[in-house]
Design a protein around this ligand. Structure first.
Ligand code: PGA
Length: 255
């Protein structure tokens, strides 16, 4: 491969204080500045975005958000629009993380958010993944449907601003990640669906990321043997030491 890998940290509802958030954002900056073929993205809780933005000043270091509303603006208490995020320097937005889907966010809503994100000129990270991984492969049909419906309305013209995060729900917050063989097989399947949806050229260029218990000890293996274009990281992304180790180990792989 000859393109950069993407390591996205999803801080979720962490850390518990702004002071800690500042420390993590600063620590990642020091390492991000030295990366050669890896891009680091951090997605803090909305309220920490400005303080993270002030520290995301290095090359290979980008600001992301964990969610967004598909609505443009107006009287919608508690929601945050693409314009608000963009004005604060956000360039990546996670759309449809499984924890949001568990709170009732549908494929159609995920598609609407992703469309709002790419039309605003930012990058949409569309999350998909099965709840149960059956040995017969029935989960693949569900995955195909989920990707197709979560990308409704996204044309090939936007493909360069889309990535798919494949996150098997059973491997999120778990004791171990999915096996690298399974990651390889499933990420190929996801690429094929992208090629069907966006056309061979554009579809095959869409980065496919893996998420689910990725950490400093397995990151390089997942990326090299699982052959994914990057990682979406939960727990290890708020452990600054572990996250920077992930960045370094993936960056040290052959590009
Ligand atoms: P985890 O979370 O790395 O803590 O398993 C991944 C995710 O939810 O994106």
């Amino acid at each position: 491969m000859n393109h950069s890998r993407l390591i996205i940290g999803n801080w979720k509802m962490n850390p518990a204080s702004a002071e800690e958030a500042k420390k993590i954002a600063t620590k990642v900056r020091t390492v991000a500045a030295r990366l050669k073929h890896t891009e680091a993205v951090v997605c803090p809780p909305f309220v920490y975005i400005p303080l993270a933005a002030a520290r995301i000043t290095a090359a290979h270091y980008y600001l992301g958000a964990q969610s967004v509303s598909a609505i443009e603006g107006g009287s919608h208490t508690g929601l945050v629009s693409t314009s608000i995020l963009k004005s604060l320097g956000v360039t990546y937005v996670i759309c449809g993380h499984s924890e949001e889907r568990a709170r009732g966010v549908s494929d159609a809503e995920v598609a609407a958010r992703a469309l709002a994100v790419v039309t605003a000129g930012m990058n949409a990270v569309v999350c998909v993944g099965e709840a149960v991984h059956d040995a017969e492969g029935a989960y693949l049909d569900g995955l195909k449907k989920q990707i197709t419906e979560s990308c409704t309305g996204l044309s090939a013209a936007y493909a360069s601003r889309i990535s798919i995060a494949y996150e098997p729900i059973w491997a999120i917050g778990a004791a171990a990640a999915m096996s690298t063989d399974q990651i390889y097989e499933t990420s190929l399947f996801v690429k094929k669906i992208c090629a069907d949806l966006f056309g061979q050229e554009a579809g095959m260029r869409i980065p496919v990321l893996y998420g689910g218990s990725a950490n400093a000890s397995n990151a390089a293996e997942i990326v090299s043997i699982g052959k994914v274009d990057g990682l979406l990281v939960g727990r290890e992304s708020v452990n600054a030491t572990g996250f920077v180790e992930m960045l370094k180990s993936v960056d040290a792989l052959e590009s």
